[in-house]
Ligand binder design. Structure first.
Ligand SMILES: Cc1cc2nc3c(=O)[nH]c(=O)nc-3n(C[C@H](O)[C@H](O)[C@H](O)COP(=O)(O)OP(=O)(O)OC[C@H]3O[C@@H](n4cnc5c(N)ncnc54)[C@H](O)[C@@H]3O)c2cc1C
Length: 432
């Protein structure tokens, strides 16, 4: 059996593990256009605060050797030909496959902005881009940076730049940080922490033009304000990278469409990770959930199926953490603002006096989301309760206590051992 995996990141690693659980002999080839090996994408911003590149390695050469995987770095797949069962590389060579995984991830969304071709404009979703941005800062003695977008990536980049003593100006179209990813109170707390370390925010505004000769010198906002800055980082969000799938006319919605076995609309071609439309288990809708642990899990399920073991992927839980924020831990999962009055909301806000904030969202006696700020010990139990769709009616008030633990659960559940997961915290960290 010949397996080809396009992409060399979370979903690819999951897929390799899945295949090797079943098939120890088959040939596996991984192809990636990036020149770096298999690194942890969630850690690329750490480069800005001088984390050595080798600390970003997610799976080293030994992993690929042990799993007997051939890796083609710096090689782009430009076309899939399902008739011939082959992928065409930018070298002109074709690789044939029996089973193919597309794990091409997501690409940064860059809106058309006048002046964006100038030197000093960067996106921030790949290691090479992060390294280039850092080099530009050093070479040009950059002192002021404009970050467009206050999502997770934008805030992380802003935070690390500020830690390096750079003046940071975050421009956000909405009236709060983290948009729909965090509830209003959570956003307010995060914004205050970021302002306290000296980050500047411009809400309900956007960039009209990037000014300067060849290099960025300033930006003009829609409101008319001018900000002097030598660099702009565009962090508005990511979109599934579906270009390659489209060369084979694979069905694509908001991401590549797959069935529960992670198989695409074309037999023997599977897809996993940020490039697919995922199932959100909190509302059972399909959406883009670009998260590392989910990409890994989908890859694992795809790999098992590719090797012949039937296994369903039952969806993922959106779970975010502001892992970079040293001051206060922030973690949230599932639905954070109720979409209508059929949801029950419980809040325990002692942030000002005691430094913590907890919120639980409940629908039909099932926990469907929470926010935990300041104190996040044991929140893994909450994600376990969401995943297992447990009836919380007898102890729901306890969910927002900071000392909420297994002891508060009915005895039979404690014995059945609620699965506690720490996804979003540690899954993406390189192995020691
Ligand atoms: C700055 C940053 C911070 C993040 N922080 C977190 C976090 O805290 N927690 C979390 O859960 N997630 C986080 N994420 C998201 C997480 O990194 C992704 O969900 C995860 O990496 C997705 O894995 P993937 O395998 O689907 O694709 P990706 O990691 O996007 O990798 C795609 C792969 O496909 C390759 N590729 C694409 N097209 C081709 C082609 N045509 N030919 C050959 N190769 C191709 C690329 O080279 C790459 O190897 C963060 C992302 C970024 C950028």
């Amino acid at each position: 059996m010949k397996y080809v995996i396009v992409g060399n990141s979370a979903a690819a690693v999951g897929c390799i593990n899945g295949i090797r659980k079943v098939d120890k002999e088959g040939e596996i080839t991984v192809i990636t256009y990036e020149k770096e090996g298999c690194y942890s994408k969630p850690m690329i911003a750490d480069i800005l605060v001088d984390l050595p590149e080798e600390k970003l390695i997610y799976k080293d050469k030994k992993f690929f050797e042990q799993k007997n995987v051939r890796v083609l770095l710096g090689t782009k797949v430009i076309k899939i030909d399902p008739e011939k069962r082959e992928v065409v590389l930018d070298t002109g060579i074709a690789e044939n496959y029996d089973k193919l995984l597309i794990s091409t991830g997501a690409k940064p969304f860059v809106p058309p902005i006048k002046g964006s071709e100038k030197e000093g404009v960067f996106t921030f979703t790949e290691l090479s881009k992060a390294k280039a941005a850092k080099e530009y800062i050093t070479k040009n003695g950059v002192k002021d940076v404009v970050v467009i977008g206050s999502g997770f990536i934008g805030l992380e980049v802003a935070y690390f730049l500020r830690k390096k003593g750079i003046n940071v100006y975050v421009i956000e179209l909405l009236n709060k940080v983290l948009g729909k990813a965090l509830d209003n109170r959570g956003s307010e707390i995060v914004e205050k922490i970021m302002r306290d370390i000296g980050i500047n925010f411009f809400f309900e505004d956007t960039i009209e033009e990037i000014l300067g000769n060849e290099k960025v010198e300033s930006v003009k906002l829609k409101s008319g304000k001018i900000i002097n800055a030598e660099m702009v980082i565009v962090a508005i969000g990511v979109r599934p990278n579906t270009e390659l799938a489209q060369t084979a006319e694979i069905k694509v919605n908001r991401g590549i469409d797959t069935n529960l076995f992670m198989e695409t609309s074309i037999p023997d071609i599977y897809a996993a990770g940020d490039c697919v439309e995922n199932i959100d288990i909190t509302d059972n809708t399909k959406k883009n959930l670009p998260l590392f642990p989910l990409a890994f899990e989908q890859g694992l399920v795809a790999g098992l199926n590719m090797a012949g073991k039937k296994m369903k992927y039952l969806g993922g839980l959106p779970l975010n953490s502001l892992k970079f924020l040293e001051e206060v831990p922030v973690l949230n999962a599932g639905i954070v603002e109720p979409p209508d009055s059929t949801y029950e909301v419980l809040v325990n806000d002692r942030f000002e006096k005691r430094g913590y904030y907890r919120k639980a969202i409940i629908k039909d006696n099932r926990l469907v989301g929470f926010v935990a700020i300041g104190e996040v010990d044991r929140v893994g139990i909450l994600t376990g309760i969401i995943r297992q769709k447990l009836d919380v009616s007898t102890f729901k008030e306890k969910l927002i206590d900071i000392d909420f633990g297994l002891v508060h659960l009915p005895k039979n559940w404690r014995e059945a051992r609620i699965q506690q997961d720490k996804t979003g915290y540690n899954d993406w960290r390189p192995e020691e």
